[in-house]
Write a protein that binds this ligand. Sequence first.
Ligand SMILES: C[S@@+](CC[C@H](N)C(=O)[O-])C[C@H]1O[C@@H](n2cnc3c(N)ncnc32)[C@H](O)[C@@H]1O
Length: 266
Amino acid sequence: MAIETVPEIDPQRPSAARVYDYYLGGTHHFAADRQAAAIALAAMPELPTVLRMGRAFLRRAVAAAARDGLDQFLDLGAGIPAAGSVPEVARAIRPDCRIVSVDLDPVAVVHTRRVAEGDGGSAAVLADLTDADAVLGAPAVRALLDLDRPVCLLAVAVAHFIPDTERLGRALERYRDALAPGSHLVLTHACADRSRPHARALLRIYNHTTSPMILRECDELRAFFGDWRLVEPGIVPAGDWRPESGDPDPGPAVRDEIIAGVAVKT
Ligand SMILES: C[S@@+](CC[C@H](N)C(=O)[O-])C[C@H]1O[C@@H](n2cnc3c(N)ncnc32)[C@H](O)[C@@H]1O
């Protein structure tokens, strides 16, 4: 069931979307988000650069999909629009791209809709991505995306906010079944060693947000790709996926803490 009818915003409780917006230099956050971010930054000063490294991966993977001819994007856990967003990157290569963003955070969805005003080729859906039937059946998805043609399905920096591994796995399978051959799955995950002090601190902080966090072992990620065929270079640290010069590098101590992969439905 979609949650479109209950757009509650609790400014006292940090949200992953708004805290992330703060890290990326955005303006859509409350005092509670900034406080949570400050504690996280004290535990892990490299965090904004780690996240920018993840965003650079997102940009490269979206550009690769657009260059491969994909012109439809379903962005799960899309967040609050920021520079280098999926529509910006995809349309620089294919101006006719259609993009549907999905998020369970009302602030993210409201801002995405505001940015998309007057743009007939993009829309935002308020839903939990693990409810794949609600997402796939949402009017915006049905109106904008032709599921008989390849779609680039993005789940970037969101799977670690879904602690229920089985539910996430089932949802990803459902998306795979619904999408046409040639579709891409772009997925990243936080994979820090849980015994490291900064990892423990992050888990504690995110437990107080609307999206508690889970750190999985890198090996667990393979299962999320199921029958999708991984493209080169496979599942690797985000910074090592077809790197480009000038991309952010948070340094050797933490650069392996976001793991990424892109796969194609055959
Ligand atoms: C760290 S942001 C990532 C934003 C964007 N994908 C990126 O890589 O820049 C994670 C987003 O996932 C959203 N999110 C968390 N759990 C979700 C779920 N179960 N369904 C949909 N969105 C979710 C959060 O609200 C947040 O906006």
